[in-house]
Design a protein around this ligand. Structure first.
Ligand code: PLP
Length: 448
């Protein structure tokens, strides 16, 4: 029986398995290879809403400044006394309070117009202003906290770029070693250079992200390193604060939609877990619907969820999804030599590691999945720029996806929509190239 004195434990997501583990376990998967959830024995009091609000005046505490740790009672897997600042400092890992600090939803009128929605109900939340430049810092703060809790000295990840930048930054701050597995030649230079600069050991893998992840998981076992990819359930806990911040900003009035680009589906999973918990705890009165936007060149979730691969639609099915269907899809993908392909490298993923948790999130929220082209993503990215915010191409999928769903009348013009802009521009030449071509929707070509 695991030690549950902290009130938190790990549980396998598969209801046929449901094995529980001590929260101090360093295994990111259950012994049968399933994903794990962090679970909390106690229900956090709704009175915390007031405390969270008061902490927006940080009163000298970096853990109140932090957009992640400000909500520490809702992710207290370390079992700390959350008001004891010394205990917080000894336990919680933070970039001096900067993770999540700058993030909140904004109205962006030009993006609203492009998407075809009423601007009053339209919000975009840039996560690119995190210290390493993407939402990954939200989950890295919690994953590295857990790494420290279990005494890990070396963290490891596979990355399409932003995970490595974030892991490298946190490792450098904590004096840990960091190994980064990347698909050789497929990382935006702006992301790769960050990992080098933070002193990470880069390991180039021939193949794509899916191959790099596989290799990193094998090596993590043999070298005893601590995996910080989003299959790590503690990553998911930190990323819950992305919807927390949006909801708090809206006085915990639930929007109709929360929209994310879909890669490995860590964000989708964490949003689903966040709103499910809040609903169960009585913090929110209804569930938002999640919309996941795939690239049409890396559309595993979309193809399976919408029944475009075989007739049957892949569903969470109350914990008993048709995993064979997923395996057939991957087999078919390999046999046909199909590789995920998009210029939005952050979501160029063929085997989303969190697909089952993603399906669970979609079932819990009556979610939808769609896909957009590279050119639509670039338009989405560019119109965000016209509002004075910058985001990367994968984040442009959020705006392009909302536009598409509005045109299909899935999202209604007057719905309240929060779209997450996952990262800032690190591919300097993309906007330059976009604006050279006068045929692009928002292009302003240079003049001589
Ligand atoms: C990692 C990443 C994604 C994909 O997020 P998942 O949680 O893996 O679905 C999307 N956009 C950006 C900018 C990213 O860095």
């Amino acid at each position: 029986m695991p030690d549950m004195s902290s009130g938190a434990y790990l549980e396998c997501i598969n209801p046929k398995c449901s094995l529980r583990y001590d929260v101090r376990s360093a295994n990111v998967e259950c012994t049968r290879g399933h994903l794990l959830d962090v679970k909390y024995a106690e229900r956090p009091s709704i009175k915390l809403k007031d405390l969270f609000y008061r902490r927006r005046n940080p009163m000298g505490s970096i853990f109140n400044e932090s957009g992640v740790w400000r909500f520490r009672e809702l992710l207290n897997f370390c079992g700390i006394d959350t008001e004891d600042i010394r205990e917080c400092s000894d336990t919680l890992v933070s970039l001096d309070g900067a993770e999540g600090r700058q993030s909140k939803p904004y109205h962006m009128s030009k993006a609203a117009e492009f998407a075809g929605v009423n601007g009053d109900g339209f919000w975009l939340q840039p996560e690119g202003y995190n210290p390493s430049g993407s939402f990954k810092d939200n989950g890295m703060a919690t994953a590295v906290t857990h790494a420290k809790m279990v005494g890990a000295e070396r963290i490891v990840c596979a990355s399409t770029g932003n995970t490595s930048a974030s892991a490298g930054m946190f490792a450098a701050n904590e004096g840990m070693l960091c190994d980064v597995y990347i698909p050789a030649g497929q990382i935006a230079p702006g992301k790769l250079s960050q990992a080098y600069q933070f002193g990470a050991q880069i390991i180039e893998v021939d193949g794509n992200f899916d191959d790099a992840l596989r290799q990193s998981l094998v090596d993590a076992k043999t070298r005893g390193s601590y995996t910080v990819n989003s299959i790590n359930p503690f990553r998911i806990e930190g990323q819950k604060t992305i919807p927390f911040r949006a909801l708090e900003y809206m006085n915990w009035d639930v929007p109709d939609w929360i929209v994310y680009p879909g890669g490995a589906l860590g964000n989708t999973s964490s949003c689903g877990k966040a709103v499910t918990e809040l609903y169960e705890w009585g913090w929110i009165k209804k569930m938002p619907r999640i919309a996941v936007i795939n690239s049409d060149g890396a559309n595993t979730l979309s193809a399976l969820y919408n029944g475009e691969f075989e007739e049957t639609r892949l569903q969470w099915n109350r914990g008993l999804p048709d995993e064979e269907l997923v395996m057939r899809y991957y087999k078919d993908m390999d046999a046909a030599g199909r590789r995920p392909s998009t210029k939005a490298t952050a979501i160029q993923i063929g085997r989303p590691a969190n697909i089952l948790k993603g399906l669970r999130a979609l079932e819990a929220t009556d979610g939808v999945v769609t896909m957009v082209s590279d050119s639509e993503m670039l338009d989405g990215m560019s119109v965000v720029g016209l509002n004075g915010f910058d985001c990367e191409m994968a984040s442009g999928a959020t705006v392009a996806g909302i536009r598409k769903l509005v045109r299909q009348e899935v999202i209604k013009k007057d719905d309240v929509v929060v779209g997450i802009l996952t990262g800032r521009q690190k591919d300097a030449m993309l906007p330059v190239e976009y604006h050279q071509n006068p045929d692009n929707c928002f292009a302003v070509p240079p003049r001589r």
